[in-house]
Design a protein around this ligand. Sequence first.
Ligand SMILES: *Cc1c(COP(=O)(O)O)cnc(C)c1O
Length: 477
Amino acid sequence: MRTNETERETTVTTAVFGSEEMQKSAPTDRIPQHSTTAEIAYRMVKDETYAQTQPRLNLATFVTTYMDEYATKLMNEAIAINYIDETEYPRVAVMCAKCINIIANLWNTPEKNKWKTGALGIGSSEACMLGGVAAWQRWRERRTAQGKPCDKPNFVISSAYQVVWEKFAQLWQIEMRTVPLTKEKLTLCPEDVIARCDENTICVVPIQGVTWTGLNDDVEAIDKALDEYNKKTGYDIPIHVDAASGGFILPFLEPEKKWDFRLKWVLSISTSGHKYGLVYPGLGWVIWKDKKYMPGAMSFSVNYLGAEISQVGLNFSRPAAQILGQYYQFIRLGFEGYKAIQQSSMEVAKYLHKQIGSMHPFKNYSDRVNNPLFIWQMKEEYAQNSKWTLYDLQDILKQSGWMVPAYTMPANIQETVVMRIVVRQGFSRDMADQLLTDIAGAITQLEKLEYPTTSRIAMDKKEKVKSSVFTHTGKNK
Ligand SMILES: *Cc1c(COP(=O)(O)O)cnc(C)c1O
């Protein structure tokens, strides 16, 4: 019952835009007192999201923004399934195990068991955490057996790490030893890694598809350097490869390249099923080289779901739809389908890399394109006389719907502002041409400026310019 006589009662016959709700702001602090119709609620929620970037024009994200209709249908149909209820949905658990097998084999696992050792995550972040925690526990077990202290663990990674590794370090209190990138060393240098290792190093984390640059750390060289170091010292420092992007690029485009379980010290690898695994958000994977590398202490048993089940993961409940999506993509595309899609993203990325690198204000960060993403910067000579920065370009491109992020590089080269494009399935050569036209148009417009922009002034004052959208650590999605 409404208490206020002047309020209109919303009924199923109320026209959406004739309703009282549409005359009021949507709730911010408190749950509304009365119910409304589904249609009105839908409209209010939907309309709040209108002004956002169209997902496929978002060239900042690595995460899948296109799946075909059958994949979408399958995933929508599975929306009510909680993965953890393995007893009720045993087929989903088996499907997950099959995905783990398929990925383990793409990464050349030597494991002979029928079911390979791995776990599902909500993304690479959870998968990285699990890989890191396993390395930490193995190190602790070994140290404890030797009667040595376990209070000062550390791991070694490039300063171009994704923010999850900062979380890992903070949450588990494990020292993160970073190797700074320099203008000459664009990826993790093996000698610099070894210089930071000691008896307390739980693992080294090379990245395949470095979030900041798109390049690959040289895992084979790091493995070789570690092998010598471990032989010399008697340590067993292993490698966890953070292959968030590269894990689904390398097996298809560079199958000969050794970065995976073919290397001696690579004991675990993580990836994002929702990046180049081609599934909508909410999926990560971690695989161990063998069951013996996944500490038993990480597996927890519960008996109240109708059977004794064991579970590895930080989350308990989680959506199952992504598993159906991943398994569907494996069947639908096959090796050749994945290869064709990744190849196509790579071609578009290389095309954009070449075109943008030859625009007069710009130069590419690297000549290499290891993954379908790259960064570029302003030429120093051009920057000295220009009235604008890449942040201004980001703003102008936004007006045509594109999200192309500008950001500063990590420690040591943090004065360098770059811009990044991540090419994903769904970004065609034709769209690339439209983007190039928009970039060229924006440059023409910016070059007509009579006065420097605020970001230019700020940068000249050597102030740290922070993009309103992307902060130093938060941007790396
Ligand atoms: C994206 C990314 C992550 C985090 O992955 P999510 O799937 O977003 O959790 C970790 N490491 C690297 C190198 C990444 O690119």
